[in-house]
Design a protein around this ligand. Structure first.
Ligand SMILES: Cc1ncc(COP(=O)(O)O)c(C=O)c1O
Length: 381
């Protein structure tokens, strides 16, 4: 439990590490046998907690981890493993070079300015540094534009202290199998790979496949696959088909507890703005959860929660720390009764995909928000 939270919080997320293990094994079965897994633990392991997740992945034999910040890389070195390869997906700022070398992290390079500075720092220490080069094959996001890659790799040749062990790129639309743009990106990546190999680079650590590409484009698995969202048990598509849903499950559950139950007469305008008016006597349960817990306000009058294995609607606006749920008056619910806002209870499930769809977002954002803004309890150790 992170500091600053009570040991019995009103709302919290549970992270089921046994689910993470199953998802990892499922990915292992899905990818080419010779492809290794570079597990995405960036953004605090998609809100699941960097250190506990990375420790679990280490136990599973994950060959490499990828992070978004140098701080995350350092945390892995200090608390998880002194050896596991850690890839810095966003590369380095100049002031991070020294820590990168000290902690033996593997940066992704995409500009010559940083490459020169890293080379100089390595020279001063009389060491060689392993680096990966990121190519923008058309997503228009981070990386050396594919049409500038030839010039870039030529400049890298002079930087003998930098050992380029892999090329990387990222698909922008791999969730749509039919998109010709995916093929264009893949073709450009292969061209860059061929060009780099012509310069004598060995390149045994190439990677491009996120979860969607892992499922849709087997040929893009390369030396490493880079799954994130499927590792945490949600879909890179709008939903999972039945088979995948059975094989993969979310590791994260959002729970809360009832702090008040009351019956109100007709004519009450519930919560801020009075967006819901009782038309008869109705019974409500109050939950200490709201947008300060990352629960989207857009779920006002739209979301549902699970109590005793049944769905109940959210009534009125979701507030900062409170949410009102309409329940059946016949239910005699005690204070402290557990409520599930995302996850399973009995036979009912509110999936991350359902919650995300209703909130107009994607499970990635839901995980980051809920995981980042609530105390986390770990199960399945
Ligand atoms: C560069 C990069 N690779 C891999 C991933 C993993 O993607 P996914 O979570 O869809 O598997 C991400 C996620 O955003 C990413 O930015």
């Amino acid at each position: 439990m992170p500091s600053g939270y009570s040991s019995r919080p009103g709302s919290w997320v549970e992270i089921d590490l046994s689910r993470l293990r199953k998802n990892y094994q499922w990915i292992r079965e899905k990818i080419n046998p010779e492809t290794k897994i570079m597990a995405m633990v960036k953004a605090d392991a998609y809100g699941h907690g960097l250190v506990p997740v990375a420790r679990e992945l280490l136990k599973l034999g994950a060959p490499a981890l990828a992070v978004s910040s140098i701080e995350e890389g350092i945390l892995i070195r200090k608390k998880v493993s002194p050896h596991i390869p850690v890839i810095l997906l966003l590369g380095l700022l100049p002031e991070e070079i020294s820590a990168c070398l000290h902690y033996r992290l593997t940066p992704i390079l995409y500009n010559t300015e940083t490459a020169f500075k890293l080379h100089q720092a390595a020279q001063r220490r009389n060491i060689r540094v392993q680096v990966h080069i990121k190519i923008d094959t058309g997503m228009g996001r981070l990386g050396v534009p594919w049409f500038e890659f030839g010039a870039f790799i030529k400049k890298m040749e002079a930087l003998k202290r930098l050992q380029v062990t892999g090329l990387t790129s990222h698909f922008g639309q791999a969730d749509d199998k039919e998109k010709p743009y995916n093929h264009l990106q893949w073709k450009r990546f292969l061209e860059a790979l061929a060009l780099a190999r012509q310069t004598g680079l060995e390149l045994t650590e190439n990677h491009m496949a996120n979860s969607a590409a892992l499922l849709n484009y087997r040929r893009s698995h390369l030396n490493y696959a880079r799954p994130g969202i499927v590792l945490y048990g949600a879909s890179p598509f709008e939903s999972f088909d039945g088979v995948r849903r059975i094989k993969i499950g979310p590791a994260m559950t959002l729970k809360s507890r009832i702090i008040q139950v009351k019956q109100l007469p007709a004519g009450v305008e519930v919560s801020y703005g009075g967006t819901y008016t009782t038309s008869r006597p109705e019974t409500f349960a109050l939950l200490p959860v709201g947008y300060a817990n990352g629960y989207p306000r857009i779920l006002s009058n739209r979301g549902e929660v699970l109590i005793r294995g049944k769905r109940f609607p959210i009534i009125g606006r979701v507030c900062m720390n409170l949410t009102v749920v309409r329940i059946e008056s016949s239910l005699r619910l005690p204070i402290g009764e557990e409520v599930v806002l995302m996850g399973s209870q009995g036979r009912e499930t509110i999936t991350p995909e359902e919650l995300a769809l209703k909130a107009g977002t994607i499970p990635y954002e839901v995980f980051c928000l809920l995981g980042g803004m609530n105390p986390r309890k770990y199960l399945g150790d």
